[in-house]
Design a protein around this ligand. Structure first.
Ligand SMILES: Nc1ncnc2c1ncn2[C@@H]1O[C@H](COP(=O)(O)OP(=O)(O)OP(=O)(O)O)[C@@H](O)[C@H]1O
Ligand SMILES: [Mg+2]
Length: 382
């Protein structure tokens, strides 16, 4: 039996479902998400699982939340499972109806991640047998290529923006292209303090506040932990720096996207080893495919789970004889995503210091970033 708490969510609004699921997954829970009460009931019957907590909307097609809770209470398998109702209005009448049906608590659909965490933990603490959730840790997605100019920075910046938008959640962009990182430039932000100031840090830990003082907030909803400003400062960030900042970094945001640059150095290896996914961008040309092949080989030698490594074809030029299917064949690995060519807006975005996703939100290229964000944060409906 899994020692993780399992939470069942029923919510017909796709975006609310995405958001709740992402927050709960990040907190270390197992989540079973459904957009219709009937689907949730079917899942309970077929899986024979008893969730530790149920979160249900009120107004849903087919069956309302009150009826759903009554059915949960009437079933011996789920009769004692705590239920939280999602409300859009704080109408007393609705709460009374919810209580009568058997709800234990109410939260607003616009609940903050922190409040959701508190409410969920409070209800789950009634179930003492299971181990308490280990400290929350962020999901870290690193973008890394052995070849320069293939769009590593563009993908990292826009993936972070896409996650922040999709989940309406703070997302941290960490510029680990240590010698000459371009993220601050692409976001028109001016770093004050960087990780280079932690060189030869005398103690084994740092205050979270020190890291926060380096982070720059951007209007798109992302916050940037910038790379050292000067080329020669790159060497000041080493494996010890990564060990120092890793834990406090997890407090900054539930999702962290890393621009890993294109140098296979000790500190970036340390980040890649700990990442939840490694996105490897490549242009549709042979040199790029070869560099990606080498990267996959290195990751394998490092013992990194092959499933975590995700090649992404970035169409940095208009026409290529190498299509993604051929590239996948050459790499012996599926292509995780394809980013369509849009030179005009990409260059304009960089020159203006505005993320591409903000400058051209409706293009197929922006859609590709959003789709990557959806797949990486696993916010799909079951
Ligand atoms: N999908 C795309 N369509 C067209 N041009 C693109 C696309 N993605 C990136 N580019 C262009 O490719 C160039 C390199 O992009 P970027 O700086 O993101 O790559 P990089 O791999 O981080 O480069 P570096 O090695 O300099 O760090 C930029 O001029 C950018 O406009
Ligand atoms: Mg770059």
């Amino acid at each position: 039996m899994s020692d993780k708490y399992q939470i069942l969510i029923v919510e017909d609004s796709e975006i609310t479902l995405y958001k709740l699921k992402a927050i709960l997954l990040r907190l270390g829970y197992e989540v079973s998400a459904h957009d219709r009460p009937q689907n949730a009931l079917d899942w309970l019957t077929s899986s024979q699982k008893t969730p530790d907590l149920i979160i249900s909307d009120v107004m849903m097609p087919g069956m309302d939340g009150y009826t759903f809770i009554k059915m949960i209470r009437a079933n011996s398998q789920t009769a004692k499972v705590p239920v939280i109702m999602l409300t859009s209005q704080t109408d007393l009448k609705d709460k009374v109806a919810g209580l009568e049906a058997g709800a234990d608590d109410f939260i607003s659909k616009t609940v903050s991640p922190d409040e959701l965490e508190l409410r969920v933990k409070a209800l789950l603490s009634r179930n003492k047998e299971k181990s308490s959730i280990s400290q929350s840790s962020s999901k870290v997605f690193s973008v890394f290529s052995l070849r320069g100019g293939v769009g590593t920075t563009s993908i990292a910046v826009n993936l972070a923006v896409a996650i922040a938008r999709l989940l309406e959640i703070k997302t941290c962009l960490w510029d680990m292209a240590l010698s000459g990182g371009q993220c601050a430039l692409m976001l028109n932000l001016k770093p004050k303090n960087t990780l280079a100031s932690l060189a030869d840090w005398p103690e084994g830990s740092i205050e979270e506040g020190l890291l926060s003082s380096m982070v720059l907030d951007h209007a798109s909803g992302i916050s940037l932990l910038p790379s050292p400003q000067f080329f020669e400062e790159g060497d000041l960030v080493n494996r010890a720096t990564i060990d120092l900042v890793w834990a406090p970094l997890q407090m900054l945001a539930p999702f962290i996207v890393v621009d890993g640059g294109n140098h296979f150095t000790d500190p970036i290896i340390s980040v890649l080893e700990r990442s939840d996914a490694i996105i490897v961008p490549l242009a549709p040309d042979l040199a790029s495919v070869n560099a990606t092949y080498q990267a996959l080989r290195l990751f394998e030698e490092m013992g990194i789970d092959r499933r975590k490594v995700l090649p992404v074809v970035n169409e940095t030029f208009q026409k290529s004889s190498l299509n993604p299917a051929k590239i996948a064949e050459g790499l012996k690995k599926d292509i995780f995503a394809e980013i369509p060519y849009d030179n005009v807006n990409m260059v304009r975005a960089i020159n203006q210091g505005t993320p591409y996703m903000e400058l051209a939100p409706r293009t197929s290229t922006s859609q590709a970033f959003t789709k990557m964000a959806q797949r990486l944060t696993a916010v799909r409906k079951e």
